[in-house]
Design a protein around this ligand. Structure first.
Ligand SMILES: [Ca+2]
Length: 499
């Protein structure tokens, strides 16, 4: 398909803006050796960092001027950040299952959280299995798969979820949120947070001597709800200064029924409007992102002081985006920019150069083949997705692929540099021109002059659309291993809050 040249259009960032956003980084921290990846010490290690429900509200992507993410921006400045990265599915379980298996949701039928990826994906097919077979030690901690699931035989060692401290809402919190949108400051210090402990595990691994190359997967659960982190992060965003994201009250008027069904405007959004606390929720999300960023900063500081800083590939990804009222929608579970766009950053010694900004549309099916290539690990034949090594080496390189996101059977979103085209199973369509409409307010799908654009984009849609897997893992239920599946809410008062 034709891909438009990168330019300084809305939604993209210029090199100058990017550098301006990352002034905190020092040149010392950016220095990495040249030469083949990991050549100095044999095969490169991999530091694989997953964060949960972080949308594009990071400083260097420029979508939200209030967000404070100096550490993620610093990491971006170390290598290449992708300004048009999209998840493979806008939900935790299918997004993670797809990128860890190399199989799209539309291939496995794992489209949502209740569908057990373990029944669809053999152990032999996962990313960590390939690294184990290639002689790597594979360490994991926190949330890599949904519910921090980790099968025996796919990891050398897994840091079991510690459960965190006894998390308590701060006395200043009036309650624990609005309806299903849970938030509120905590009385606890950082050290009580599960993510703090997961990062501490990562730092421990980075401080040890290893007799084999390692693949270290660190999965943070924030900024997932509840948006509850120590109060000092809330204090960084005084409520009276908080801005709502751009939105239009009539935005769903030109959205087909299948899209309105995903938006559920009468659900969370109606509750939030009724409560008058939209800005409180935005403040809480910004605070939770700032906490996440602080944990990423701890990990990066330890990494850059470690013996592995010069022979380790860093791959950072957020599992999908999040709406905070745009399109009258909250959470993920949709195919628009807010839910599909992600934070995706790579640093690979000898391949990437500092300050790389890539505007090509890529999706997370790229992770598996690219890591295999960079580490010299054989890529199994089943793996779908495109190797982005050429873009890591040259972010301006030609790229003939669109980014594809799928939510439930035969609903696909296709993102090129200019366009987002959404096609629902019932035939409903949306088409947005990001050159002029970065918030996807004006659906052009019914304008005949764009028929050819839609047809061209539609060719990137998956041709396999597997049946929905049965829902065997309901939220809050127990799976066969007896693991409680639900990510619990913070309780007011003295009750213990689960994460
Ligand atoms: Ca609209």
């Amino acid at each position: 398909m034709r891909i438009e040249a990168a330019s300084n259009r809305p939604g993209s960032i210029t090199r100058r803006q990017f550098l301006g956003a990352a002034v905190a980084a020092t040149t010392t921290l950016l220095a990495r050796p040249s030469g083949a990846a990991g050549a100095a010490g044999g095969r490169p290690n991999v530091l694989f960092i997953a964060v949960d429900d972080l949308n594009h509200w990071v400083g260097h992507l420029g979508r939200n001027a209030q967000t404070k993410t100096p550490n993620i921006d610093r990491l971006a400045q170390m290598g290449v950040t992708f300004t048009r990265a999209n998840c493979a599915a806008p939900v935790c379980n299918p997004s993670r299952a797809a990128l860890m298996s190399g199989l799209r949701a539309s291939t496995t039928g794992v489209y949502d959280n209740g569908q057990d990826w373990k029944l669809a994906i053999p152990k032999e097919q996962t990313l960590t299995t390939q690294f184990l077979k290639a002689g790597y030690n594979v360490f994991g901690a926190g949330k890599i798969y949904h519910s921090s699931d980790h099968r025996p035989g796919e990891w050398t060692e897994y840091f079991e979820k510690s459960g965190g401290g006894n998390l308590q809402l701060h006395p200043s919190a009036p309650d624990d949120g609005v309806g299903g949108i849970k938030f509120g400051p905590l009385a606890n210090p950082d050290e009580d947070m599960p993510d703090y402990k997961v990062v501490s595990y990562g730092l421990e691994k980075l401080s040890q001597k290893h007799d084999k190359p390692f693949f270290l997967a660190i999965g943070l659960v924030k900024p997932h709800m509840p948006f509850s982190v120590p109060k000092k992060y809330f204090d960084m965003f005084p409520l009276e200064t908080v801005q709502l994201p751009p939105y239009r009250e009539d935005d769903l008027n030109d959205v087909p029924p299948a899209g309105i069904k995903m938006a559920k405007p009468d659900g969370d959004h109606a509750d939030i409007l009724k409560s008058g606390r939209w800005k409180d929720a935005v403040q809480a999300y910004l605070a939770t992102i700032a906490f996440c960023d602080a944990q990423v900063g701890r990990l990066m500081d330890g990494f850059l002081k470690s013996a592995y800083r010069d022979n380790t590939i860093v791959c950072f990804w957020s599992d999908h985006g999040w709406h905070l009222g745009e399109k009258l929608h909250w959470r993920k579970f949709a195919l628009w920019e807010e839910a599909a766009r992600t934070v995706f950053i790579w640093s690979a010694p000898g391949v990437t150069k500092p300050n790389g900004v890539c505007a090509r549309p890529v999706d997370y099916m790229s992770i598996y083949p690219t890591l295999c290539d960079l580490a010299g690990v054989p890529k199994p034949a089943h793996v779908e997705g495109h190797n982005i090594r050429p873009l890591l080496a040259n972010p301006q390189a030609k790229w003939d692929h669109a980014a594809v996101t799928t939510f439930h059977k035969d609903n696909h979103s296709i993102r090129s540099e200019t366009w987002r085209y959404i096609r629902y199973a019932d035939g409903g369509e949306e088409l947005y021109n990001h050159d002029q409409d970065p918030y996807e307010w004006t659906n052009l799908a019914n304008d005949p002059q764009y028929a050819a654009v839609k047809a061209e984009l539609g060719r990137s849609a998956p041709t396999i659309n597997a049946a929905e897997r049965p829902r065997t893992l309901g939220e809050g239920e127990k799976d066969k291993a007896g693991t409680v599946r639900k990510q619990g809410a913070v309780k007011k008062g003295k009750k213990k809050a689960k994460q």
